[in-house]
Write a protein that binds this ligand. Structure first.
Ligand SMILES: Cc1cc2nc3c(=O)[nH]c(=O)nc-3n(C[C@H](O)[C@H](O)[C@H](O)COP(=O)(O)OP(=O)(O)OC[C@H]3O[C@@H](n4cnc5c(N)ncnc54)[C@H](O)[C@@H]3O)c2cc1C
Length: 490
């Protein structure tokens, strides 16, 4: 291996540097030479937190590196825009940091470009010294049960995309004309969805939830939301902040069965602190007797159902709609995080008109040239280096799997950036200049693709903010790609 500090960049230009002694070289030419030597062109695929944090690290720790961020949506920020709930605006403040990164003269945003379709990963690898795949986990895990395709069964992913203005989910029109909704899965996404379904609509009016979702929620008949998990209370995947929000939700009451929490107190004692606090809150809520007058005036309710696994979605008599779900009653084998749920043979039918499956997100392979582990649903990698493909890296959910908050993704993005720069320094990456975007631009043009720049996004952003102003919202998200292209004059 080349000695540290003896990177390919210097090596590439060494013969020329030897011919021209520094004293004899005019300054401008020397500067040009050093630029040729030292400008790594790096491309990042995906503009969510992983993409932006990786780019931030590269730009900060390499004074010459240029980073192009490709994004299939017309707008940047991934799940910060399309995942994080509208009533969690503080979480979206990370957008300010991403915007700063995008404003760097060495960074460019190339939106409206789907890698794997409009441009291949091999083409990007030819154009850039390194390619970082940060394209997240955009698919959802299916339930694999009969009736899953019935109208009224939706993935939580699509439902979240709908209220957050993801163009492909704009026309989702979920059935809110029923009194019970049931969510499969007990993670934070499940609680986000339950909270949005039950929050008094006037509390959402000043958020950036779409006008369409607000309209539908205003007319919603949903009064009860069941949040169902295969395993027990000790295995829930949500965190205390989200649980507390549910407990404090105005005009809603929790439906928790004290029997589910019996005997847990001893087990909790041994649990790590965050889980212990979460469990204490759950037990306390479950055992708290409702005030006599409270029940009458609370119009809505949410509840946790444990040890239930979906077996079949039950159709309405005409077969055209969901009428309920058959759940297999489970018992636990083993304990703690690794406890397994096994069927007891007993089933239970729960009537509901809307079923949302929130059993996890899933990454998809992007391009046949990129290795993919279908079992783990990630790109096989070691610390972000894609196995067997030098110069190819990954970060974020596509690297680790679809769990973890933005802060986890940030650390992960920084780590991949660090590993890439280390490879650069050690001469692992290809030698010699690379054209970067200048060779991709004509390809996209020939293919009729119209990339969106960060400046274009800022025009759209200003339009959204202006449209939101009348209703007192931070923004009214644009959801029609054609209209967006028109607005930026494409
Ligand atoms: C519903 C939901 C709510 C959440 N709420 C919170 C919260 O409140 N707080 C918190 O800390 N974390 C939250 N998270 C977690 C957080 O969103 C993730 O940790 C983080 O977004 C993962 O970052 P990522 O960049 O890997 O993926 P993503 O954010 O998904 O970004 C991937 C990007 O790649 C783009 N892309 C995909 N395919 C292609 C392609 N072929 N070509 C080009 N671009 C492509 C996508 O459009 C997307 O912009 C939430 C997650 C979800 C699902």
């Amino acid at each position: 291996m080349a000695p540290r500090g003896w990177g390919c960049w210097r090596w590439a230009a060494r013969p020329r540097a030897r011919l021209l002694s520094p004293a004899a070289t005019p300054l401008g030419f020397r500067q040009l030479l050093s630029t040729l030597e030292l400008v790594p062109h790096i491309c990042v695929v995906g503009s969510g937190p992983a993409g932006f944090y990786t780019a931030q690290h590269l730009l900060k720790h390499h004074p010459q590196a240029r980073v192009d961020i490709y994004e299939k949506q017309m707008v940047p920020f991934g799940l910060v825009r399309f995942g994080v709930a509208p009533d969690h605006p503080e979480v979206k403040n990370v957008i300010n940091t991403f915007t700063q990164t995008a404003h760097s003269s060495r960074c460019a945003f190339r939106g409206n470009v789907t890698v794997g379709r409009d441009v291949s990963v091999s083409e990007l690898r030819d154009a850039y010294h390194a390619v970082v795949l940060s394209y997240g986990a955009e698919d959802h895990r299916t339930l694999g049960i009969p009736g899953e395709e019935l109208p009224g069964v939706l993935s939580a992913r699509a439902f979240v995309g709908w209220y957050n203005g993801l163009p492909e989910n704009h026309k989702l029109a979920p059935n809110l004309n029923c009194d019970t909704a049931l969510i499969l899965g007990q993670g934070n996404v499940a609680l986000d969805v339950a909270r949005i379904l039950l929050t008094p609509v006037q509390l959402l009016e000043k958020t950036d939830i779409t006008a369409e979702a607000l309209r539908a929620l205003r007319q919603s008949q949903v009064k009860r939301v069941w949040i169902v998990g295969r395993r027990g209370p000790l295995q829930v995947a949500f965190t205390i902040k989200e649980l507390r929000e549910m407990i404090q939700l105005p005009r809603s009451q929790p439906l928790l069965d004290p029997a589910d929490f019996e005997g847990l107190e001893d087990l909790i004692k041994e649990a790590p602190r965050p889980r212990k606090r979460l469990m204490e809150l759950l037990v306390q809520t479950a055992l708290k007797p409702p005030k006599a007058d409270e029940k009458a005036e609370v119009p809505r309710a949410w509840g946790l159902r444990f040890l239930r696994s979906p077996q079949e979605v039950l159709p309405s008599p005409d077969g055209g709609q969901v009428a309920g779900i058959r759940l297999a009653v489970m018992r636990l084998e083993g304990s703690g995080e690794n406890a397994q749920a096994v069927p007891t043979g007993v089933v239970e039918d729960v009537p509901c008109g809307l079923v949302l499956s929130s059993v996890g997100y899933k990454s998809l392979p992007i391009d046949p040239t990129v290795p993919f582990d279908p079992k783990l649903g990630i790109i096989p990698n070691r610390n972000g280096r894609v196995l067997g493909v030098p110069g190819l890296y990954c970060s974020g959910w596509v690297k680790r799997g679809p769990s973890g908050v933005i802060a986890t993704t940030m650390n992960d993005g920084f780590l991949t950036g660090q590993v890439l720069l280390q490879d650069l320094e050690e001469g692992v990456l290809p030698v010699g200049p690379k054209p970067g975007y200048s060779s991709i631009e004509p390809l996209l043009k020939n293919r009729g693709v119209q990339p969106v720049s960060f400046e274009d996004w800022e025009k759209l952003d200003a339009e959204e903010v202006a449209q939101g102003q009348a209703a007192g919202k931070p923004r009214e998200k644009l959801v029609d790609p054609q209209q967006m292209l028109q607005l930026i004059g494409h």
